[in-house]
Design a protein around this ligand. Structure first.
Ligand SMILES: *[C@@H]1O[C@H](CO)[C@@H](O)[C@H](O)[C@H]1NC(C)=O
Ligand SMILES: *[C@@H]1O[C@H](CO)[C@@H](O)[C@H](O)[C@H]1NC(C)=O
Ligand SMILES: *[C@@H]1O[C@H](CO)[C@@H](O)[C@H](O)[C@H]1NC(C)=O
Length: 488
């Protein structure tokens, strides 16, 4: 009897709570007419409002209609492709907006009280592709819940002192493709809780690393300064960025990687230096990166050799990209000392003519090898034995290969990959030239028999099977010989 009562009580309580949660979260759209030409839909966490290709007047009346409803929670408010040069004060007053996008709308001025009135709930603000020539700092200063700020593709020329002051919770700041040439040493001062984890300064007009401004960002994980006009990096440039995990310096005009330049970033995992004009990497360039660097991109530069002396200390390196350089020669010890951890090696679009037989001897983990578009004529037998056990992808296309028996391993290896259900390789058609008839063959279909390769290379395709079968064969022969003697 008692227990039924208790159960009833719990049921009522449960229903009551469910209703309360629904009342809080279940939102209702205003009538279509009242917000025209904007559209409204109900999403799990609030309303989704979109106003595209309209103007301030229409947006303002849509906001008024939304304010007339009680407890409106707008999860997404997207204003795109509008004519909205100025965001008026109090335009959102009374609304709760969590994600606000004003994109491609000619926005040039943001009145202080326009955003501060929704400061409590706003977590994401996207003002990309507008006409802002300054960071609208006064309007931002009360956004104490903001996590992501996107100012990509505006016309910001400089970052003044305390541009982002007050944004205590900000974690991601994007300033890609502005016209920034000058960053005040105190530009990021005032981000007082030090939460900033990602900063994108790519596509601007910086000529050097803005060290004084960056040095306080001690929890920053990812820094992108690609596509600027940086000509020089030097020791001390990245001082203070001691938590950095990923640094993107691609597509600048850097000519040299000097000694100790990254030495403060001992947690760095990924370094992108591709698309510069690097001719020299100092042997001490990567000091400090020994324990954590795994990804290194040096493609599209002017290197004439693999900078092995600098790389040798990177004993965790997994991914090494050296595509599109001017590398002509690979010395036999080019990967000694650090090759053991490399799984991905890209040497495509270089000028490599010859592979020394033991060049890949240390690459015990190699899974992907790209030698596309070099000047290779032969691939020595020995090379394949060293890497064949781990290799899943090899690109030898666009080389002047000759059809000789040293390529006989290739069709068999390809076949074994097919068995492993790996179709990555199947699409690449590697060809070689057969002399003297000067005819081109797909390496997969070389006439091995006619070339006199059968039983020579093909049988030695896998080194392990060869070494096992050889002594086995001898034992069989031995036993056979003995029994034969006995029979006699
Ligand atoms: C930007 O908005 C204008 C209308 O104001 C539109 O004509 C144009 O196509 C938009 N541009 C992009 C890239 O969306
Ligand atoms: C690199 O090689 C290309 C093509 O051979 C050449 O045009 C370029 O001048 C070379 N660069 C350097 C720095 O040697
Ligand atoms: C190598 O030998 C093992 C057993 O000795 C066999 O299972 C495997 O299929 C062989 N591999 C090739 C490619 O012949």
């Amino acid at each position: 009897m008692l227990s039924t009562k208790i159960w009833q009580f719990f049921w009522i309580l449960l229903i009551f709570m469910v209703c309360k949660i629904f009342a809080q979260t279940m939102q209702r759209c205003p009538s279509h007419l009242s917000i025209r030409p904007c559209s409204c839909s109900v999403k799990k966490l609030g309303l989704d409002i979109i106003c595209d290709f309209t103007d301030h007047g229409h947006i303002n009346s849509a906001m008024t209609a939304l304010k007339e409803q009680q407890n409106t929670v707008i999860f997404y408010l997207k204003l795109r492709h509008n004519n909205l040069p100025k965001l008026q004060g109090f335009i959102f007053l009374g609304l709760v907006v969590q994600h606000l996008t004003i994109h491609n709308s000619s926005l040039a001025a943001v009145e202080e009280s326009s955003l501060s009135s929704i400061g409590k709930g706003l977590t994401q603000l996207d003002l990309s592709q507008n006409s802002l020539s300054l960071v609208p700092s006064p309007a931002l200063t009360n956004l104490h819940s903001l996590i992501i700020l996107n100012l990509n593709r505006n016309k910001i020329k400089d970052l003044r002192a305390r541009s982002f002051a007050g944004l205590d919770t900000l974690e991601i700041l994007n300033l890609y493709e502005n016209k920034i040439s000058n960053i005040d040493p105190d530009a990021f001062t005032g981000l007082d809780d030090r939460k900033l984890k990602r900063l994108n300064l790519g596509g601007n007009l910086l000529t050097s690393v803005p060290t004084p401004a960056l040095s306080s960002l001690d929890v920053l994980k990812k820094l992108e300064i690609q596509e600027n006009k940086i000509t020089k990096i030097q020791e001390g440039d990245f001082e203070g960025l001691k938590s950095l995990d990923s640094l993107v310096l691609a597509h600048n005009q850097i000519r040299e990687v000097p000694a100790r330049v990254f030495s403060h970033m001992t947690l760095l995992n990924s370094l992108e230096l591709d698309g510069n004009q690097i001719t020299h990497v100092d042997p001490d360039a990567f000091i400090g990166l020994e324990e954590n660097l795994q990804y290194l991109r040096l493609g599209d530069n002017n290197l004439h050799t693999v900078p092995s002396d600098a790389l040798r200390r990177l004993h965790r390196l997994r991914h090494l990209d050296l595509r599109s350089n001017n590398i002509t020669i690979l010395p036999e010890d080019v990967f000694t000392g650090y090759g053991d951890s490399i799984t991905f090696l890209n040497l495509q679009k270089n000028l490599i003519k010859v592979l020394p037989p033991l060049v890949f001897e240390n690459l015990n983990s190699l899974s992907s090898l790209n030698l596309q578009n070099n000047k290779l004529v032969h691939i020595p037998d020995e090379i394949t034995y060293q890497i064949i056990d781990t290799l899943r992808m090899i690109d030898l296309t666009d080389n002047p290969l000759l059809c000789t028996c040293d390529l006989a391993w290739f069709p068999g290896w390809l076949k074994s990959l097919e068995d492993k259900d790996d179709d990555l390789m199947a699409k690449k058609r590697t060809v070689c030239t057969m002399l003297p008839e000067n005819r081109e063959y797909s390496v997969q279909n070389m006439p091995l028999e006619r070339m006199g390769c059968v039983g020579k290379n093909a049988g030695r395709m896998t080194s392990t099977n060869f070494s096992i079968s050889f002594p086995l064969m001898s034992i069989v022969q031995f036993i056979f010989a003995i029994s034969f003697t006995f029979v006699l």
